[in-house]
Design a protein around this ligand. Structure first.
Ligand code: C2E
Ligand code: CA
Ligand code: CA
Ligand code: CA
Length: 279
């Protein structure tokens, strides 16, 4: 067998080549998976401080033909870099709005808000506003119940353009929340320029708030900031009673996490929470 010198990777790295081939195959599989409707929407419930169900977040899963189920962390990055996030995101939005429209006929589900993750690339893609408006029209979903979750990466560049696009969508009645708050590069001075209705405290901050006193001031500061900007505060990743109590006492409005409900297929969500007449 050939021995690999210390610097052989400078010329040819079989690992890197294998990784590139894997990516290319995954991208092809994703293209096919989109056509074959292998992407499945899961829903995770969100509750107010009194424990009332107020909404849900859509989280996509990929049911591959080989039987594997991939979580978004395993394919959203590739979807972004390949551009496939645009048709994938469109599919997710369509399915989400179909769900919202179904829920309108159910006593227990009709007032729920549905949060959908939207990546920057999708937000900036051609005619995004028109596409969203079309989906709302075609499905009959109410815009006011659709909340688009953006991460701080939208703050990184083209701020004026981004704000303009968000304003257009707000004009249609859609809401926006800022996801993963505190983990990215948001400039606080920009925060008030964006038409947001809510901030989501990232689960990294929620994670040890009940055991690590150092985590407390950060969460309190985020909540104070959100309040001064008149934004609703959603905490994600709530796993323990003690976290929930702390977050409620500190002024969070909405809670999401395994303690309260795991992500589940939309059909299961509907069975679990409807008053019985979804259809
Ligand atoms: P995210 O938007 O921050 O979503 C929350 C993630 O936390 C989800 O992971 C959810 O399953 C997980 N989670 C919920 N409750 C708990 C908890 O109590 N503890 C812990 N440890 N985790 C919890 P998931 O479903 O794997 O999604 C990962 C990320 O993929 C999402 O993070 C979101 O950024 C992205 N994503 C998911 N669906 C979509 C989509 O349709 N479009 C786009 N662009 N991104 C998506
Ligand atoms: Ca999210
Ligand atoms: Ca997050
Ligand atoms: Ca809201």
């Amino acid at each position: 067998a050939k021995s690999h010198g210390r610097n052989s990777s400078r010329f040819f790295d079989p690992c890197m080549q294998a990784a590139a081939e894997h990516q290319a195959m995954l991208e092809l599989a994703m293209r096919e998976g989109l056509l074959a409707r292998q992407f499945v929407l899961f829903c995770q419930p969100q509750f107010d401080t009194r424990g009332r169900l107020v909404g849900a977040e859509v989280l996509v899963r990929w049911y591959r033909s080989n039987g594997e189920i991939l979580s978004p962390d395993e394919f959203i990055g590739l979807a972004e870099s390949s551009g496939l996030i645009v048709p994938l995101g469109q599919y997710v939005l369509e399915e989400a709005c179909h769900a919202l429209a179904r829920w309108q006929d159910d006593h227990s589900l009709r007032e729920l808000e549905l949060a959908v993750n939207v990546s920057v690339r999708q937000l900036r893609s051609a005619n995004f506003t028109e596409k969203v408006a079309d989906i709302l029209l075609e499905t009959g979903a109410r815009a006011s119940k659709l909340c688009l979750e953006l991460t701080e990466s939208v703050f990184a560049e083209n701020v004026a353009e981004t704000v303009e696009r968000m304003d257009e969508l707000c004009g249609h009645g859609v809401q926006f929340s800022l996801d993963d708050f505190g983990t990215g590069y948001s400039s606080l001075s920009y925060l008030k320029r964006f038409p947001l209705t809510a901030l989501k405290i990232d689960r990294a901050f929620v994670h040890d708030v009940h055991v690590n006193p150092d985590a407390v001031p950060i969460v309190k500061a985020i909540i104070a900031l959100a309040r001064s900007l008149k934004l609703e505060i959603v905490a994600e990743g709530v796993e323990h009673e003690a976290q929930r109590n702390f977050l409620i006492d500190s002024g969070c409005n909405t809670l999401q996490g395994y303690l309260l409900g795991k992500p589940m297929p939309i059909s299961e969500f509907e069975q679990m929470y409807s008053s019985g007449c979804v259809g």
